[in-house]
Ligand binder design. Structure first.
Ligand SMILES: *[C@@H]1O[C@H](CO)[C@@H](O)[C@H](O)[C@H]1NC(C)=O
Ligand SMILES: *[C@@H]1O[C@H](CO)[C@@H](O)[C@H](O)[C@H]1NC(C)=O
Ligand SMILES: *[C@@H]1O[C@H](CO)[C@@H](O)[C@H](O)[C@H]1NC(C)=O
Length: 297
């Protein structure tokens, strides 16, 4: 993971801390439930939350930690403002990438880092009365890959996801079942498939599941040098396949949305792809825009 790690850490850690003046503090829980790989759990519970609050699971990049993502993203401030809870998982792996390659993590109920994160959701429901219908997931880079994986393997848990610079769920799948394995075929954008094939990768992660899948928003920078831009099209194809949209025919194309030089492709109510022209691997987290996708505001 060294190459990936070096490309990511400097840019992402340069964010100024966004956590001054909060009503509460970041806390850690050690015993939150089944956690086969030893994922760390941090959370931000504002002093005041709404009844049956929403939950955002916010997942860090390689070299990051739950604490770094708390400090570098606007979710805690927004939680104070809108009364939801944030959980920040922390990777147990060397280099702190997430395991998005093993059979376990890519299979519903089979274990891996994904399973530990879902245990945190169960803990949040039991502890803070989080609304089961308003559980959301987002992340950057390796955390973005995990966001796609969680949406695919645990569609029963999450209502929506936002992916900042990831790859399609299963794109890092290791031929040998390797845990937290790098996959350069995928990272360089050479793992391509039809939308039907990508959708089947999702369906195979939870065989027999017949419920709905999380609404997905996929962001990607056009000059991403860590997870190359072709991965944007593959992610979009995957979820277009799941929802029965045509990835080649967005219903709407909005230029300069939500920012100048970003183009938002709307495929239907459940899928948007946002291409950030001239942006590298670090697509800035949008904050309030995210809360709109989640339906929190
Ligand atoms: C990389 O992922 C692809 C699927 O995207 C898979 O076919 C291939 O076997 C993986 N490579 C390795 C070395 O595991
Ligand atoms: C959907 O899955 C559930 C749980 O496995 C099952 O009880 C139910 O019969 C299934 N419904 C349909 C329409 O297949
Ligand atoms: C948008 O792209 C144009 C042309 O490349 C550039 O001049 C401008 O600075 C960009 N705007 C922003 C906000 O990045």
């Amino acid at each position: 993971m060294a190459r990936f790690t070096a490309a990511l850490s400097a840019a992402l850690l340069a964010c100024a801390p966004l956590v001054s003046g909060l009503t509460s503090t970041l806390e850690q829980v050690n015993d939150f439930g089944d956690n086969p790989t030893g994922v760390g759990m941090y959370y931000y519970l504002p002093t005041t939350v709404t009844d049956s609050p929403a939950l955002i699971v916010a997942i860090h990049y390689c070299t990051g930690t739950g604490t770094a993502y708390f400090e570098g993203t606007p979710y805690a401030q927004l939680a104070d403002q809108y009364g939801f809870v944030v959980v920040y998982p922390s990777s147990p792996n060397e280099g702190t990438c997430w395991d998005v390659s093993s059979f376990e993590t890519l299979t519903h109920g089979a274990g891996g880092d994904s399973y530990g994160i879902v245990s945190m959701v169960d803990y949040a429901k039991a502890q803070w009365g989080v609304d089961s219908e308003r559980i959301f997931v987002t992340g950057s880079s390796s955390g973005a890959m995990m966001t796609n994986v969680l949406a695919a393997a645990y569609p029963d848990v999450f209502a929506a996801g936002i992916v900042y610079s990831g790859v399609a769920a299963g794109c890092f799948m290791s031929a040998t079942g390797g845990v937290d394995a790098w996959n350069s075929t995928c990272s360089t954008g050479e793992s391509t498939a039809t939308q039907e094939q990508w959708a089947n990768v999702v369906f195979d992660m939870y065989p027999g599941y017949n419920g709905t899948y999380p609404r997905m928003q996929e962001y990607h920078g056009t000059i991403d040098d860590a997870l190359l831009y072709p991965n944007f099209a593959e992610e979009v194809k995957q979820w277009a396949g799941v929802f029965g949209y045509d990835a080649d025919a967005p219903a709407e194309t909005l230029t300069d949305t939500p920012l100048a030089n970003y183009t938002k492709f709307v495929y239907g109510d459940n899928l948007q792809g946002i291409s950030a022209e001239g942006v590298g691997h670090t697509v800035p987290v949008q904050g309030e825009e995210d809360l709109k996708w989640f339906g929190i505001i």
